[in-house]
Design a protein around this ligand. Structure first.
Ligand code: BES
Ligand code: MN
Ligand code: ZN
Length: 538
């Protein structure tokens, strides 16, 4: 299931939150919904709880007004200790007979605590994430089918800037919660593990003050979820189905569905381009390699594009340098870079992004066979540089280097490659941040900022000349491995030799693209990061 998301703007005459609290709340409550979601601050709780008793003044603020409109429901929740002070605490009020007298049509009101945050300091996005996730969890898995999320009650003060960010993030998490593998491939009859969440429609309510931001953010959030769902599906699909040709056909399918211009090159064309390095990886497999190019022409005709390159190894056995058997099934996720590039291109097309973006995916299997490349083989890359292949399991860089040479023709504004490139990156950064490598400070800063804005974060690792020594070969221009020390860095250094002609950054997503264990599954990362980066470019 994909959750349906919409926005509803109540005009200023109906809703002047927070100025005219009472009329705003009664407008919202009169809307028929399974659940109205409202956030309250510590100040709301204080003025409702303790202080009114002492001063005898009628309590004020959101909770007090709500209590009056709901005939004492909030007081009763407070009396039994259900109203939390803690950030992200929740309390669901269910319709009582006293509600109908006030024209209340909402069946439930979900109260969410913002905790002790002052309106003056800017809220950090991770505390918002905690709050939004707690609320979404309450909406999920029960009888609630739709909810009305009162967006302005979640924003502190007048932070319209962060409103868009927060709404996008809420939609991103709603999408994560609603995601089920296999439902978009009905003909394949996969076993769908959890039944679809009954909670299937989330509406963001706003007023005139935030209408424009809200509508844009909802459209962007929807595109983001569609892109992430696609990236997750492609990642989770088994490697006997998600082959290089399957990726090619999926990309072509998106071309028909959206305005994307898609071109898929086959073996003969890849040979004609001289991609000897890419082909050396594809050689061992029976499935033919594909080279996918997807263009989104949202900007001016001559405008330099941003190019995304994704590693598309649909299964990585290691080749002749065969991997150990344990958890080898997870090497179906070795095309998650490709999946995130395809997902991001789809989202860019859906949100009609006003920039030129090109997605490029070299894709093949890395298999051992009588035709497979041997350790010690020397191959010639499209750039002309010769490569001594000392380990056939370091194959990602071998397919990416030719793609990185290919994209020179686009005279790109920037190139970002995305790859599940090294196990060493998991050792360095775990499953929290993706690794980012670049000599370009501006590009690193832009990617770090985009990561923070979507909570799909990156951490910079080095790329200095000093590490290049590890890639020396006695027999070719460069070796494809640099030994165990700083394995992620030498992999990035290898790629950097093919990126001299443009601004470039490399993202190593080995630790962040999927989860292992009981929660095994693709995360859809770094689609949020890439989309946020693209949105922020001028
Ligand atoms: N796809 C792997 C990297 C990987 C391994 C990602 C495990 C996530 C989990 C890549 O192709 C690879 O095998 N890299 C080798 C490089 C080594 C041979 C220099 C690695 O990391 O061991
Ligand atoms: Mn490998
Ligand atoms: Zn690999």
């Amino acid at each position: 299931m994909t959750i349906q998301i919409s926005s509803k703007i109540f005009s200023q005459a109906d809703l002047h939150f927070p100025k005219q609290l009472k009329s705003s709340l009664s407008t919202l409550l009169a809307h028929s919904t399974d659940c109205l979601v409202l956030a309250y601050s510590k100040a709301d709780l204080d003025s409702f709880a303790g202080k009114s008793a002492k001063t005898k003044a009628a309590p004020a603020g959101l909770l007090a007004e709500l209590d009056r409109l709901l005939g004492g429901s909030v007081s009763r929740a407070q009396a039994v200790g259900d109203l939390s002070q803690e950030q992200a605490g929740t309390c669901t009020l269910r319709a009582e007979s006293t509600w109908s007298g006030h024209g209340v049509k909402a069946k439930r009101v979900l109260l969410v605590s913002l905790g002790d945050e002052s309106a003056t300091k800017a809220r950090d996005l991770s505390s918002y994430a905690k709050i939004a996730k707690a609320a979404l969890k309450q909406l999920s898995g029960g009888a609630i089918e739709n909810a009305l999320w009162f967006t302005p009650s979640f924003s502190l003060g007048n932070q319209t800037q962060s409103l868009a960010q927060e709404v996008r993030l809420t939609i991103q998490y709603a999408g994560d919660q609603a995601y089920r593998f296999g439902v978009r491939q009905p003909t394949m009859k996969f076993k769908v593990k959890d039944k679809a969440d009954p909670f299937a429609h989330l509406t963001f309510a706003g007023n005139d003050a935030c209408a424009k931001d809200l509508k844009t953010a909802v459209a962007q959030g929807l595109a983001l979820v569609a892109g992430m769902d696609l990236a997750k599906d492609l990642g989770n699909l088994p490697p006997n189905i998600c082959t290089p040709s399957y990726l090619g056909k999926s990309a072509q399918g998106l071309g028909k569905k959206t305005g994307l211009k898609v071109e898929v090159l086959g073996l003969k064309q890849i040979e004609a381009l001289g991609m000897g390095s890419f082909l050396s990886v594809a050689k061992g497999a029976d499935t033919p390699p594909q080279f996918i190019v997807m263009r989104h022409q949202g900007g001016k005709a001559g405008e330099a594009p941003i190019v995304l390159v994704g590693k598309g190894i649909t299964f990585d056995t290691g080749g002749i340098s065969l991997k150990p058997g344990e958890a080898m099934d997870e090497m179906k996720y070795d095309m998650c870079g490709a999946a995130s590039v395809i997902g991001t291109m789809y989202a860019a097309a859906l949100m009609k992004l006003n920039k030129n973006v090109i997605g490029v995916v070299p894709t093949c299997e890395n298999m051992p066979s009588g035709r497979a490349t041997r350790p010690g083989d020397i191959v010639k890359s499209m750039s002309g540089q010769t490569i001594e292949i000392l380990n056939t399991d370091a194959e990602g860089r071998l397919i990416l280097c030719d793609a990185l040479t290919y994209v020179e023709r686009f005279k790109p504004k920037a190139v970002i490659d995305v790859a599940t490139l090294t196990g060493a990156c998991i050792i360095a950064l775990g499953h929290v941040h993706s690794g980012v490598f670049s000599d370009d400070e501006d590009l690193v800063n832009a990617l770090s900022k985009a990561g923070k804005a979507s909570l799909d974060t990156v951490w910079r690792l080095p790329l200095d000349a000093a590490y290049h020594d590890q890639l020396k070969s006695n027999f070719a221009d460069v070796a494809n491995i640099g030994g165990r020390p700083a394995g992620s860095v030498t992999a990035a250094c290898f790629l950097s030799r093919f990126t001299e002609k443009y601004k470039w950054a490399h993202l190593d997503i080995a630790g962040t693209a999927w989860k292992s264990g009981a929660a095994k599954g693709s995360t859809g990362r770094p689609v949020p990061l890439l989309l946020n980066y693209l949105l922020e470019q001028v």
